[in-house]
Design a protein around this ligand. Structure first.
Ligand code: SDX
Length: 432
């Protein structure tokens, strides 16, 4: 927990003066502790969207938006994407340190042997229309999981928290793959314990009972890297949703379902689906200027999907790695001159030379290139956000566990700036 404050800020207004302790983090800006402001100063702070508000103390992930830097437990994302693999990153995010070989040998089978779903759960899928968006299905099935795993819903029991965590990390690929299979009318493929995490997911998505399906190791490596790049990202909207749901004492399965619901939005995790749809709508390089002008037009709700970020005011480091992977995967899959990739690269070049984007520091984010890789692998755009949710499940869980274990945590309950009607008396309908 943060140590004693290094100094104090003094806030003077009206005839009051309130001292606000100042804490210094290991990385990032100092914070002003305003917890006593209302009691001592009878005022609220006002920060819709929390652009200047630290909602919690965390030791998991750090982003330097100006440098375009992302650290998982202190390790740079580009090093982890190159040298590590997703389940090792899961261990790092959950427990704070890179595992020894022995720890990894114990952790991986724990996940692998929890990838099956209770056989009854498949009937939840069958209750959806075949054309249901996979995000609707995984949100519903994830929430329903709490009705199956009563032995891991007591948040006050560290062992049950651990069991629920492993179950969700292990089962999310099966849930996402089965949502995909259901939407294309193919039979569910069961997980296989002889495959690694990413290969198992690909196998459940693309195998059919009628013939053997061999997972391409290049594709599996790219899939694993996409999971790593999406694993966690500080207090983004969906992680904050999970923390707020968890602060009420809701069971972990319900909290993760809340995170999935929030991630679905096009301004957040839904941007990768929207970004590829946008690139396809642009279609050819010569139509890019028309869309650039639309993105700048305040009267046009259109935005360049996959550009901009609440925190990054430089390149999203994940986009850099993703761009390299896009080139590698497309080349190795023999998809030269992919028109969508050509439009993406030219759009990036033009946008980053346009004063509108330069002045607002709008750079490609994680969602700009991920869709191109997923499309090349064979996923429909409707599966892009479920894959984001699959990867982010470990981040949501790590953040949720950190919050639950914090003895100072309490239910989240923001206040408001009320601009509604003042107190007034009821009027009978005949007098209105
Ligand atoms: C993710 O928080 C996270 O960490 C999220 C995430 C994670 O890993 O969890 O990184 C994942 O959600 C990435 C972001 C994916 N979203 C998109 O790609 C959608 C397109 N981007 C925008 O919707 C927007 O950039 C946001 C929502 C990402 C950020 O919005 P902000 O910080 O609230 O910024 P803003 O909307 O206030 O924009 C500032 C200015 C505005 O113009 P002015 O009012 O100053 O004239 O930039 C403009 C905006 O109009 N702007 C854009 C734009 N993004 C911002 N203009 C055109 N196209 C865009 N994409």
């Amino acid at each position: 927990m943060v140590s004693d404050s290094k100094s104090a800020a003094s806030l003077k207004f009206n005839d009051m003066e309130v001292d606000l302790p100042v804490y210094s983090p290991n990385l990032g800006p100092d914070v002003l502790d305003i917890r006593k402001l209302y009691a001592q100063g009878d005022v609220f702070t006002y920060d819709p969207g929390f652009t200047s508000t630290a909602s919690c103390e965390s030791a998991i992930t750090f982003i330097d938006g100006d440098k375009g830097e992302l650290l998982y437990r202190g390790y740079p994302i580009d090093q982890l994407a190159e040298k590590s693999h997703f389940l090792e990153v899961c261990y790092l995010l959950l427990y704070g340190e890179l595992p020894t070989a022995a720890q990894l040998d114990e952790f991986i089978p724990r996940v692998t042997r929890h990838t099956m779903l209770h056989e009854q759960i498949q009937y939840f899928f069958r209750g959806f229309r075949r054309d249901a968006h996979p995000m609707a299905i995984i949100c519903g099935v994830q929430g329903a999981m709490s009705s199956f795993y009563h032995d891991s819903t007591d948040i006050n029991d560290p062992w049950q928290r651990e069991v629920a965590s492993i179950r969700m990390i292990a089962k999310m690929p099966t849930i996402a793959a089965w949502a995909f299979k259901y939407s294309i009318g193919q039979p569910f493929i069961y997980p296989r314990n002889d495959l690694d995490y990413a290969s198992n997911f690909l196998h459940m998505c693309f195998a059919v009972p009628a013939e053997e399906y061999i997972v391409d190791p290049i594709v599996s490596r790219a899939m694993d890297r996409i999971f790593t790049l999406h694993a966690d990202h500080e207090q983004n909207a969906s992680t904050s949703t999970v923390r707020l749901a968890g602060s009420s004492g809701a069971n972990p399965f319900a909290c993760i379902a809340a995170g999935i619901a929030c991630l679905w939005g096009p301004a957040h995790g839904g941007a990768n689906e929207a970004a590829l749809n946008m690139l396809r709508e642009i279609g050819t390089v010569d139509r890019i200027p028309e869309f650039i002008e639309r993105a700048k037009d305040k009267d046009d709700p259109f935005r360049l999907m996959g550009f901009g970020h609440r925190v990054y005011k430089n390149f999203d480091p994940r986009a850099k790695v993703m761009k390299e992977s896009a080139d590698e995967v497309l080349d190795l899959m023999g998809i030269e001159n992919n028109p969508t990739l050509q439009v993406a690269k030219e759009l990036e070049r033009i946008a980053l030379s346009d004063p509108y984007f330069v002045e607002r520091k709008l750079y490609p984010n994680v969602d700009f290139y991920s869709g191109i890789i997923l499309d090349a692998i064979g996923f429909p755009t409707s599966m892009f956000t479920p894959i984001f949710a699959l990867a982010r499940t470990v981040g949501w869980i790590a953040q949720w566990k950190e919050m639950i274990a914090d003895p100072t945590q309490k239910i989240g309950r923001p206040r408001q700036l009320y601009t509604g009607e003042k107190n007034r008396d009821y009027v009978d309908v005949e007098n209105r």
